[in-house]
Design a protein around this ligand. Structure first.
Ligand code: SAM
Length: 214
């Protein structure tokens, strides 16, 4: 198999690589995301669908990355949701719109999506959401900058709770299980369950923490 070839460098340690039609983004030399497997990003959208009965839910996705989560939400909800994606890195948004293979993402109509270039840990939207889906690190551990800790700690969870409509749901994608995160989310007042997603042929397991506002 060919080596990954670097095609762009961004700020804050971000680098974009490609190999045989696949893409990889590293942060500070560590893998942040790749296009090789997106089973659990797809699961985030199908689980979200189960979590809301609102006819046209307001959905905020944290982290654009290579766009698989966004594509999964568009596939799952079609026109029947208001979709906002908050991505802090202008480089990521530029790479997504310039380099990556958007054809592999299906029918991704930009006019259906609000792209917001901002840090979701500091972003104060005017509206409230029925679903907030976070996939900005590899789980409740801030690898994309210290500021992301405030997305997972108790004050941060209380802040997110405030951004949700009644019966809204916070979903957190994670590559690892975390009892302490579940405990903190319960402490903030969420009812928490964990969805375990087995990744076929890879032997990996990913996790989606489903945090319901009562
Ligand atoms: C693991 S990737 C997301 C992968 C994505 N699920 C996909 O389908 O490709 C994390 C993304 O979140 C972004 N990010 C990290 N911290 C953020 C923050 N505080 N606010 C907004 N975006 C953030 C990163 O720049 C990166 O694009």
């Amino acid at each position: 198999m060919m080596e990954w070839a670097k095609i762009a460098s961004g700020s804050e340690g971000l680098e974009l690589f490609t190999r045989e039609g696949e893409y990889l983004v590293n942060v500070d030399g560590k893998e942040l995301m790749s296009s090789v497997c997106h089973v659990s990003e797809d699961a985030l959208a199908t689980v979200s669908r189960r979590c809301t009965t609102v006819a046209r839910p307001e959905i905020m996705i944290g982290g654009l990355g290579l766009g698989f989560t966004l594509a999964a939400y568009i596939k799952e909800f079609g026109d029947s949701a208001e979709l906002s994606v908050v991505e802090k890195s202008p480089d990521i948004i530029h790479w997504f719109k310039t380099y990556t293979n958007r054809n592999s993402l299906g029918d991704l109509d930009d006019s259906k999506v609000h792209y917001i270039c901002n840090d979701i840990s500091k972003y104060n939207p005017e509206k409230k959401f029925d679903i907030i889906a976070l996939d900005v690190d590899n789980g409740p551990e801030a690898i994309c900058g210290e500021h992301n800790k405030t997305l997972y700690d108790r004050p941060g969870l209380a802040r997110i709770m405030n951004q949700l409509n009644p019966q809204g749901t916070l979903l957190l994608w994670s590559s690892f299980d975390s009892e302490s995160y579940v405990e903190d989310a319960r402490h903030a007042g969420f009812t928490v369950t964990t969805e375990v997603v087995d990744i076929p042929n890879e032997g990996w397991t990913h996790f989606i923490f489903i945090c319901k506002k009562n």
